[in-house]
Design a protein around this ligand. Structure first.
Ligand code: ARG
Length: 457
């Protein structure tokens, strides 16, 4: 492609280090679409003849059909997807192919293709996350009344409902979706027409190409447009945050599926066995989602480091932008799908959850609250009295509501028998009816709002 300037061809090492076709062939659809938009504009502006524009567009369709049928050939001499496509176009239609690259550089071409690819990845992540939210909301509705222990420090804290616990992830995923939407809105400007770095003297209609490719408009500065990859970083940041959320959900399933907990039986379809221990059913999918969060955030760090300190405009370092984005997108899509299946198809053992909620003095706060409300005791003092009650119950090995009234009175005479109903786990969750609290009625409200937001009615 640049034979005019060079006396010798590249060494084998140069060819290998330079070739991006092994990975950027994933951009072939975007490359064809963007080239078709470019040549249609060149034709409309009279920069190439209508005949050549048509021949190029038809030729690009033929190249696309070949890629679709046989995959993209990997010839390192052609470096990347852009030169691979153009060279095949030349083989198919002859000299007219040479006019496609008028008023264009691979720099604005790759920036455009990559934006289109990332935009699709954002749309796919959003669709996957919507499906995950629907699964979460359905299970939360089913379990709005199912009582389980709520934890802090992974120690029994207060009873909550499984519905409330699941809806916490609905909220996290909502924010993840809004981060992807923000990334999409910032990304959606078209670099095509920025050429190598300085723009071009040809009379382009940049609005036309931007519109044809679904962009909001053309980018405003040619140097910026060919040399920033913040749109890819925005995507990776949103993906990383999302992966962190998914890893936490995965971790809950891993803990819940362990025998001492036994809160959930995972779907066989998302578990594996052991080659030596016949009884094992391992939560490998959840563990891999947890693990993938490390790789996805690694992809973010990789591209951040690639971009750090690069002067304007394009430098070849930036060719390394694509592998981490492609890798993260693949891992994220799998992680979302695995967690959607896990939420949707797991068998929640509500009997085990309920029994666990009875242990660990989960309603101690309810006793303290009762002392505040019914006996007008300041909360700090009520906390102290309750501590003494818990100590006594622990020494006897019984639950709070199994202590005889006289023993409670010995600790504080203001306690009477009306305390007992307040100490049940049902009363405890029903009492937590503040906005956003775990009371079943509150959970149902949130579920109804979520169903409406997701169009599930
Ligand atoms: N394969 C290159 C990349 O992905 C295309 C841009 C090449 N531009 C250049 N000035 N050599 O970054």
């Amino acid at each position: 492609m640049w034979g005019g300037r060079f006396a010798e061809g590249p060494s084998a090492i140069m060819r290998e280090i330079n070739a991006s076709i092994p990975f950027d062939k994933a951009l072939w659809r975007q490359d064809i679409v963007a080239s078709k938009a470019h040549v249609a504009m060149l034709g409309a502006q009279g920069i190439v003849t209508p005949g050549d524009a048509q021949a190029i567009a038809d030729g690009l369709d033929r190249v696309a059909a070949e890629y679709e049928a046989n995959g993209v050939p990997e010839d390192w001499d052609l470096e990347d997807i852009h030169m691979t496509t153009e060279s095949r176009l030349a083989e198919l239609i002859g000299a007219a192919a040479g006019r496609l690259h008028t008023a264009r550089s691979r720099n604005d071409q790759v920036a455009t293709d990559f934006r289109l690819w990332v935009r699709d990845a954002i749309d796919q992540a959003d669709a996957g996350l919507e499906a995950l939210q629907k699964a979460v909301v359905s299970r939360a509705e089913e379990h709005a009344d199912s009582i389980m222990p709520g934890f802090t420090h992974l120690q029994t804290a207060q009873p909550v409902t499984l519905g409330h616990h699941l809806m916490a992830y609905y909220e996290m995923v909502s924010r993840d979706r809004s981060r992807f939407a923000d990334a999409r809105a910032r990304l959606n400007k078209c670099p095509l027409g920025s050429a190598a770095l300085a723009g071009t003297g040809f009379p382009l209609d940049r609005k036309m190409t931007a519109e044809a490719l679904g962009f909001e408009g053309p980018t405003a500065n040619s140097l910026d447009a060919v040399s920033d990859r913040d749109f890819a970083l925005d995507y990776l940041m949103a993906a990383s945050q999302c992966a962190l959320h998914l890893s936490r959900l995965a971790e809950e399933f891993i803990i819940w599926a362990s025998q001492p907990f036994g809160f959930v039986v995972l779907p066989d379809s998302l578990s594996t066995g052991s080659s030596i221990m016949p009884q094992k059913k391992n939560p490998d999918a959840a563990e891999l989602v947890r693990g993938h969060a490390g790789r996805i955030t690694g992809c973010l760090t990789a591209l951040m480091m690639t971009m750090k300190g690069l002067p304007l405009a394009y430098s070849k370092d930036m060719q390394d932008d694509k592998p981490p984005v492609f890798e993260a997108a693949g891992l994220l899509a799998l992680s979302i799908a695995a967690m959607t299946g896990m939420v949707g198809d797991s068998d929640f053992r509500t009997d085990r959850m309920r029994a666990a909620a009875e242990l660990g003095y989960a309603t101690a706060t309810d006793l303290a609250d009762w002392l505040v409300r019914e006996a007008n005791i300041p909360f700090r003092e009520a906390h102290h009295i309750t501590g003494a009650v818990v100590r006594l119950a622990e020494s006897r090995g019984v639950a709070l509501d199994k202590l005889p009234l006289e023993d409670l009175k010995a600790i504080d005479e203001r306690i009477d028998e009306s305390v007992f109903p307040a100490l049940s786990v049902e009363a405890s969750v029903a009492a937590r009816c503040s906005h956003g609290g775990t009371a079943p009625a509150e959970v149902r409200k949130r579920v109804a709002e979520a169903r409406a937001a997701l169009g599930m009615e």
